[in-house]
Design a protein around this ligand. Structure first.
Ligand code: NAI
Length: 336
């Protein structure tokens, strides 16, 4: 069986996902494209030699009879409209993060999906598909370390452009930790606080960098996440779980160790795209397989909502310096 996919938004990650669906993954083909910039679609078609129809209107693509599932990889503020339209059309939809730019927008999608009576939405949170995080979760769930008590995490980029603002440390960067740590611990957040260490001279004048986000979970686990997006040395994701009787760390990406010129060294990645490249493949293959089998198991609209609620609290905490409560309504049975 082959799943016919229509893609809305053929920019950076859209192209990557189209390449995956066309050249790497199984049981899928991209049959339709839409972008507000038609040239982008034409370029992708010629670069990848695709046999795909270009639609000038995203809603026509969603309605097209040959399109069985939708990938939404356009800009964040457009996601809610397209995901709601896909649900209305009864078509499965993979939506890159964020599911919507507000928690209310995510809730609108949750309510539409529940009303439709079947799971159709997967959010593009790829870290739960990363082999390192999966291995770390297996150790935690195995119980040998006892209950997790504390997590020490870091999300570091070598540098960001001038357009990167202080709140993007939450909405663009921390958002991945907000999703994956909930999944890792099978827990929800109850409060957030943000503190600002001494500022690096590598950051733009308007940007507070680094930042430390302190989260507390319903089970009482304390999490500190260092966000340092001008760290200068590499793209580095760290996660250390302190349990009652031991510690587990996220494995480092595989890298050859060299002995040379009196130095023992291993490389550190600098490009974020490379760090989770395999996870992107696995998450999209999972979406394709799940749509074909009729059983959606990936990061759900509820997970998208939970990340948005936590992100809103973190942004408030950035601005007021307080410990901000994070209040989640009970998880609907539909998502249990
Ligand atoms: P981009 O700017 O390279 O591409 C976005 C494309 O969407 C552009 O070609 C633009 O013309 C098109 N577009 C915008 N509004 C549209 C509309 N109304 N209808 C149709 N097309 C429209 O951006 P990029 O980096 O590809 O990001 C896209 C989304 O993917 C963002 O939400 C971003 O947060 C997310 N993303 C997720 C990543 C992850 O790690 N999961 C990594 C990179 C991006």
């Amino acid at each position: 069986m082959t799943l016919n996919i229509g893609v809305i938004g053929t920019g950076a990650i859209g192209r990557e996902h189209i390449r995956r669906c066309s050249q790497v993954l199984q049981h899928a083909r991209v049959v339709a494209l839409n972008d507000i910039n038609r040239n982008n679609c034409e370029q992708v078609i010629s670069e990848l030699g695709l046999q795909a129809e270009i639609y000038d209107n995203a809603h026509d693509l969603i309605a097209a009879p040959e399109v069985q599932a939708i990938l939404v990889t356009s800009w964040g503020p457009t996601h809610e409209e397209f995901v709601l339209a896909a649900i209305k059309a009864g078509k499965a939809v993979f939506c890159e993060k964020p599911l919507a730019v507000t928690a209310q927008g995510c809730m609108n999608i949750v309510e539409a999906e529940i009303a439709a009576g079947k799971k159709m939405v997967q959010v593009g949170f790829m870290r739960p598909y990363d082999s390192g995080y999966r291995a770390l979760k297996a150790v935690i769930d195995g119980g040998t370390l006892g209950e997790p008590l504390m997590l020490h995490c870091a999300h570091r980029n070598p540098a960001v452009g001038d357009a990167y603002t202080t709140d993007m440390a939450i909405t663009d960067t921390l958002i991945h930790e907000l999703d994956v740590l909930r999944w890792l611990l099978n827990d929800d957040y109850v409060s957030a606080q943000v503190i600002y260490p001494r500022k690096t001279r590598h950051a733009s004048s308007h940007l507070k960098d680094p930042q430390i986000v302190l989260l507390e979970t319903a089970k009482g686990i304390r999490i500190d996440v260092e966000i340092f997006v001008n760290c200068a040395y590499g793209y580095d994701i760290q996660c250390e779980v302190v349990g009652e009787s031991g510690i587990a760390r996220l494995p480092e990406p595989m890298s050859v160790q060299t002995r040379h010129a009196a130095q023992l060294s291993t490389g550190i990645l600098t490009d974020w795209k490379k760090r989770f490249i395999a996870a992107y493949d696995v998450e999209l293959q999972d979406f394709i397989n799940n749509v074909l089998s009729g059983n959606m198991t990936g990061p759900s609209a509820w997970d998208g909502y939970a990340a948005a609620v936590a992100a809103d609290a973190c942004v408030a905490a950035q601005n007021n310096g307080d410990i901000v409560p994070i209040t989640m309504p009970p998880r609907p049975a539909f998502y249990c």
